[in-house]
Design a protein around this ligand. Structure first.
Ligand code: UD1
Ligand code: CA
Length: 452
């Protein structure tokens, strides 16, 4: 049984931001969301977020996450003081407490599982995550006897020069047997250089306390400023891209590609340079995305190509070609074997199978049947200045170049629209529509007197 506590009361001054630090986004999810995600597979019985600075903002932003409780630490007197705030909430609790930081977003669930396992196996009073760093500056140093049994943790600023030589650091991630910790928490003293109540001081009063070394030091990177935020993003990107390449996805020039860790990609997909895949995007096998494309929260079927285009909140089915220079947004659904081409914008539009919108068009709030051909420069006039109106286009219908379809409008099956028409009335099946001024040709028009 494990309760998770996430420390998130600190100010995060170095971010130089109005946004609380733990709400800053890292690859599409906030730092604190990432921490919460990492503990989800551990099925914690409770998750307590310790909030202080901008508590209301942190609460509001994480409200939709299930099973979060907020504990307020109104003044921040140190990590020990933060955990002391849990005492009234965990009275009588006899399980373990896993302590995490809201600003350490790269921890792997595997690492936490390993920590909990060691904790249980050795029946430790506390088990702490440690690492041996080339540059341990700034971290608390962990002093162990043999067998990784921890005697003491001393903060960097409280270390003697000799103690500073110890490069085994405290990652700040711990598992405590709660009843043992609860007993010593009230006795913490603030007699250190920062006059803070250190959680690390509790360790000296507990027995046994064991250190577990991290395999990948990158996991404990804490975010204190925008530089570290960018470093964390790089680490995350590397993890994500390696995972997909190993799974059979080709990335051409990986350094120029970004992929959110929420994206799903089938084997034999090719991602070309300068392409960005975000949110809940899914890409099926055989598709080729990019160069120069952005796909966000969209489903891309098998053997689709997307070239220099933006696809947001949309669904593109198999064997369809999108681009170059298309923009699909607002719940677009494109059927199989379609062509959505050069300089085309689709908004809230559904295209039936084998339909082409190949050049210079805008279709908004439109539904087409199959085998429709939307001629170059066809525009739906879907907005009357107040409301949006729908356009329906039947199977096999063809619009001429530079047609304007004024919505609300229904065109039947097998309708032909003459080029340059402005269509304002519904058209039944199997008709030709010509809705433009008749051509007038006036001979002898040139003004001869102005000629030299
Ligand atoms: C802490 C550890 C140090 C460890 C380091 C790892 C202590 C005394 N020291 O130091 O051994 O090497 O983490 O990063 O614990 N927080 C609160 N309330 C407070 C104080 C802090 O919620 O009153 C939160 C902060 O928002 C932050 C986290 O706790 O997320 C760590 O606090 P910080 O003061 O940065 O501790 P460090 O000095 O880094
Ligand atoms: Ca810190």
């Amino acid at each position: 049984m494990v309760v998770v506590a996430i420390l998130a009361a600190g100010r995060g001054t170095r971010m130089k931001s109005n946004l609380p630090k733990v709400l800053h986004s890292l690859g599409g999810r906030s730092l604190i969301e990432r921490v919460i995600d990492s503990v989800k597979p551990l099925s914690p019985t409770q998750q307590m977020v310790i909030v202080g600075y901008q508590a209301q903002e942190v609460k509001a932003a994480t409200q939709s996450i299930p099973n979060l409780e907020f504990v307020e630490q109104s003044v921040q007197l140190g990590t020990g003081h933060a955990i002391q705030q849990l005492l009234p909430h965990l009275e009588g609790y006899t399980g373990d407490l896993l302590v995490l930081y809201g600003d350490v977003p790269l921890l792997r669930t595997e690492t936490l599982k390993n920590l909990l396992q060691t904790h249980a196996q050795h029946q430790n009073a506390a088990t702490i995550l440690t690492a041996c760093l080339d540059n341990p500056k700034g971290y608390g140093r962990v002093f162990c006897n043999s067998d990784n049994i921890v005697q003491q943790i001393i903060e960097d600023r409280d270390c003697t020069p000799t103690q500073k030589q110890n490069n085994r650091i405290n990652a700040g991630i711990y598992c405590f047997r709660w009843p043992d910790l609860a007993k010593v928490l009230p006795d913490l003293q603030a007699n250190n250089s920062q006059k803070e109540y250190y959680l690390t001081d509790a360790v000296s009063s507990l027995e046994p306390v064991m250190a577990v070394d991290l395999e990948d030091e990158q996991e404990i990177l804490g975010i204190n400023d925008r530089l570290q935020l960018a470093t964390a993003y790089e680490i995350l990107q590397k993890r994500v891209k390696e995972k997909w390449m190993i799974a059979g996805v080709t990335l051409i020039d990986p350094a120029s590609i970004t992929i959110d860790d929420t994206v799903e990609i089938a084997p034999d997909v090719i991602i070309e340079p300068q392409t960005h895949l975000r949110g809940n995007t899914v890409i099926q096998t055989g598709s080729r995305i990019g160069p120069g494309s952005l796909i966000e929260n969209s489903q891309i079927g098998e053997n689709v190509t997307v070239l220099y285009s933006v696809v947001i909140n949309s669904n593109v089915q198999a064997k369809t070609c999108v681009g170059p220079y298309s923009h699909l947004r607002g719940q677009v659904e494109v059927g199989t074997g379609c062509r959505v081409g050069n300089f085309v914008e689709l908004k809230n539009t559904k295209l039936g199978d084998r339909t082409n919108v190949a050049h210079l068009s805008y279709l908004g709030d439109t539904t087409t049947g199959s085998k429709v051909n939307i001629g170059a420069g066809t525009i739906t006039a879907n907005y009357d200045g107040v409301k949006k109106h729908p356009t329906n286009i039947g199977d096999r219908t063809k619009t001429g170049s530079n047609s304007v379809l004024v919505a609300p409008l229904t065109l039947g099956n097998d309708v032909y629209i003459a080029a340059g028409s402005t269509v304002i009335e519904d058209v039944p099946d199997d008709c030709l529509v010509i809705a433009r001024a008749r051509q007038v040709v006036k001979p002898g028009w040139r003004n001869k007197s102005t000629e030299s």
